[in-house]
Ligand binder design. Structure first.
Ligand SMILES: N[C@@H](CCC(=O)N[C@@H](CS)C(=O)NCC(=O)O)C(=O)O
Length: 202
């Protein structure tokens, strides 16, 4: 059984959706970051970086980095068909855009959410981060085939982008990045994702 350490409204939502969509047997251990539960000594032993998500695999080992978890689950559950076959050009594009989102948009969101960690002028840091995030959504917008990133078939990349896009103002997202907004809507209305989306949006 997989155990996902996660917090509502965090990057653990994509991993939870991926576990649900693959049909994996899993449980969620809530580490409420708003209550600083991730700063406990117990959780530091699970993830020394003291962030969620963290994923315990059925063999007891623990991995961190949500994007890596999605790639792992795609390969562990090939029958779920949530990523192109490893080693193919299609998989290269899938992994390319997943990592693009992780290192640019997720990273920008951290500067947006925690500007005081990055310097003294928090307002300016947050503003710069928003512009940085939107620049990268613009690049994604041009690359999305629609309705999902690669067309009609959903992938781990779509689950990841849904999670990130829920952190944007929905009206601004729809106006400026309509394909990203449509992709997010397509993911959040899936039967297995809808309850996860609702819980993480509260
Ligand atoms: N690089 C990590 C980032 C994880 C991350 O930043 N998680 C946030 C929640 S979305 C967190 O735990 N924040 C609490 C903190 O940094 O104090 C990943 O991609 O999984």
């Amino acid at each position: 059984m997989y155990r996902l350490y996660g917090s509502l409204g965090s990057g653990s939502a994509a991993v939870e959706a991926a576990l649900a969509e693959t049909g994996a047997s899993y449980e969620v251990a809530v580490i409420d970051t708003k209550e600083d539960a991730h700063l406990s000594e117990t959780f530091r032993r699970i993830n020394p970086r003291q962030q969620v998500p963290a994923l315990q695999l059925p063999d007891g080992s623990v991995m961190t980095e949500g994007s890596a978890m999605l790639l792992h689950l795609a390969d562990a559950f090939p029958e779920a068909d949530l990523a192109p076959r490893p080693g193919t050009p299609a998989r290269a594009q899938h992994d390319r855009w997943l990592i693009f989102a992780a290192v640019n948009i997720y990273e920008g969101e951290l500067r947006h959410f925690y500007p005081d960690r990055y310097g003294e002028n928090a307002a300016s840091i947050a503003e710069t981060a928003v512009a940085y995030i939107e620049r990268h959504y613009g690049i994604l917008e041009d690359a999305i085939a629609g309705p999902f990133f690669f067309g009609d078939r959903i992938s781990m990349l779509d689950l990841y982008l849904w999670n990130l896009a829920t952190w944007m103002d929905p009206e601004r997202l729809a106006a400026r990045f309509p394909k990203v907004h449509a992709l997010m809507t397509g993911v959040r209305t899936r039967p297995l994702v809808a309850p996860i989306d609702a819980a993480h949006s509260e």
